[in-house]
Every structure is written in C-alpha cells, then in structure tokens.
Design a protein around this ligand. Sequence first.
Ligand SMILES: NC(=O)c1ccc[n+]([C@@H]2O[C@H](COP(=O)([O-])OP(=O)(O)OC[C@H]3O[C@@H](n4cnc5c(N)ncnc54)[C@H](O)[C@@H]3O)[C@@H](O)[C@H]2O)c1
Ligand SMILES: [Zn+2]
Length: 362
Amino acid sequence: MASMKKVKVELAGRSYEVRVGAGLLARAGLWLKGEGFSGRAVVITDTTVGPLYADVLRQGLANAGFDVTVLEVPAGEEQKSLETAGRLYEKLTAAYTERTTPVLALGGGVVGDLAGFVAATYLRGVPLVQVPTTLLAQVDSSIGGKTAVDHGKLKNVIGVFYQPQMVIADIDTLKTLPEDELTNGLAEAIKCAAIRDRNLFNFLDINMNKALQAHTGVLEEIVLEAARIKAEIVARDEKETGLREILNFGHTVGHAVEAVSGFRLKHGRAVAIGMMVAAEISSRMNLLDAGDVARLEEVIVKAGLPAQVPDLDKKEVVRAMRHDKKVRQDRVRFVLLKAIGNAFVSDGVDLALVEEVLVGWG
Ligand SMILES: NC(=O)c1ccc[n+]([C@@H]2O[C@H](COP(=O)([O-])OP(=O)(O)OC[C@H]3O[C@@H](n4cnc5c(N)ncnc54)[C@H](O)[C@@H]3O)[C@@H](O)[C@H]2O)c1
Ligand SMILES: [Zn+2]
C-alpha cells in the first residue's frame, strides 16, 4: 500500500486531518466510511479534472458502499459565481442530498472555493471533504476553511469560513498538471517557507528542478511541509484576526499587480513579484539582510517565476494599492521579513517607499 502522511489542523472541537501521499483517491471511500459516513456522496469537480480523476474516486466510494453523484462545472475562475452555486444547489436538491451527505470538492482552488461555499450554505451546511488536485490547492487553498465566490469584478467577496472534515491531497494527481500550474503553486510553497520555515526554503532551493518535473517524493515533501505550516497558522488564528495575516506575504503588491495586468499575470507570478518587493522593502528598512533578499530571488527564479516587475505602469500599481482596504493615510499594512523563515505584520509602510522600490526596480 502506498504511503500516507497526516497533518492535523487543531481547532477546538472541529480538528481535521490533511492526508498527503500518492494513490490516495482510491482510498477516500474507505476513509469516509471510517469517519461514520454512509449512503450518498456528491463529488463536485470541473470538466478538466472530472475526466481524469472522478472515476477512481467514484469507484473507491462505490466500493465502500456509497451511492455517488458526480457534478461537473466548466473549468475556470468564471465559475466561482453565485450563478454556478445556484445551479449546484438545484442539482443537490435533485440528488436528494441530506444534511449528512458529504460533498467532495475534487479539483483546484476554483472547485475548492466554489464547492466549499456550496457545502457551507446548502441546508445551512453539509459535510465537506477537500480533494485538491493542483499544487496551489494542496499547499494553500484546501486548508484553512476559506470558501468564496466572486461577484462582478470583485474576487472572493461573497464567502464564509467553513472547515472541511478532511483534506485528501493525492500527489499522483499533480502528474497531469501543466508546468505553468506547478510553478503557480510553487509560489505559494515558497511563500510558506519564506514566512515560517527556513528548512523548507532550503529544501525548495535544492530540489526545485525535481519539483518542476513533478517528482513524487519531492512534491510530497513540499505539500506535507507547506500543509504543516498552514495548519499551524490556521490553528492559532482561524478567522484571521492576527497571525494568519502573514500568509498574505507578497499578496499586497501581488494583488495590485494582478489587477493592473488585467489578470493576464497568473496569481503565483504576481505573488512572486510581491514577495520580492516586500523583501526589498524589508531590506531598505534595515530589517532584512541583503543576502536573504538575494536568496529569495534565487529560489523564485529557479521556480521559473518572475523576480522583476514586468512591463506595467508602476504608478498604476501604487494607485491600485491605495484602494486596498489595508491602506490608511498613505500607510499600508504589509507583511515583512526579518529573515527567511521569520515574517511579521507591519502596520505602517509608507506608500512612497513602496513606489520608490517599484519604480526603481528597472
Ligand atoms: N480558499 C483559500 O484559502 C484560497 C487560497 C488561495 C487561492 N484560492 C483560490 O484558488 C483559485 C485558484 O486555484 P488554482 O490555481 O488551483 O486554479 P484552478 O482551480 O483554476 O486550476 C487550474 C487549472 O488546472 C486544472 N487542473 C486542476 N487539477 C488538475 C490536474 N490534476 N491535472 C490537470 N489539470 C488540472 C483546472 O481544471 C484548471 O483549468 C482562485 O480562485 C483563488 O481565489 C483560495
Ligand atoms: Zn495566494
């Protein structure tokens, strides 16, 4: 039997496990049965992931005695909408879903956020199992209970905290992931390492090529360690009133860059740029050693991510940041580094310094 490792997300009364390993999809049915579920199960997936992985998940569930319904939505961020959620509620009603029927979110962060939102709200909440199939979803979005849909141009504005019963991260699914998507997920793994874990950072540095080739052992280690970091942070601050904010490292500038690029730039790439800007600001404020800035850049470049601000209007980026809810009187809340592996939230970074770093970047 393939190996499986566990990370526990410790939440008072509602702790759950992240299970990481190869060949796990087929075992999900038995695990759900072991958790006391029986009868029906609903799998929500997308039109790319469904044809690849819904069958093996369905078969495992059927073998464990479940009556399985698979619901597919088209792949893509546009599906994170109230319209699609509405269609899923209709189908859940047609599938006679009861309050005890588990919903399994099989896919990347889009499916995880959408199916999570639907599970959180349908019948005031039905059990949710996250089955992430992108690196980004395995290291980041499937853990921690943030669910949401987009509204108009606004991302993740309608949502709710809703923790899953279990997270099943099957590393084998990453074999079919386009390299571009692997790179995207690596940005979040680098982020986890940079804010909390120098050992993981060193591991990424040494093993980046293998990671990009979807090497099972290397990806398993990355997912496991990043999941540990996220689980620990979420357990200490479930609703993001403090510590959890450090997970936004690279995201303040990242979101602005993403928006100014008209979302042509993928999230992970924008976050990589944001991490470099945050590191440079930390260095100019004499908080972070120049050697650590250089190491961060090295690892980001190894992952195939940009460490330079691309051809964007930088003043526009600063303007986009000014609209951020974290800005007050031209000072912005910012996650900075004291060292690789040690992040903190600063209340007041001067927007002028952010602009200076962005513009002076070349
Ligand atoms: N809830 C959170 O805490 C949180 C955190 C970070 C990001 N997010 C959200 O996550 C979303 C992005 O997630 P994503 O990057 O996983 O994107 P995604 O879900 O769109 O997946 C990317 C693409 O890869 C395809 N795919 C997925 N798994 C595959 C596989 N194993 N093989 C081949 N193709 C596969 C998908 O169909 C899709 O086309 C955004 O909506 C973002 O807001 C949420
Ligand atoms: Zn992110």
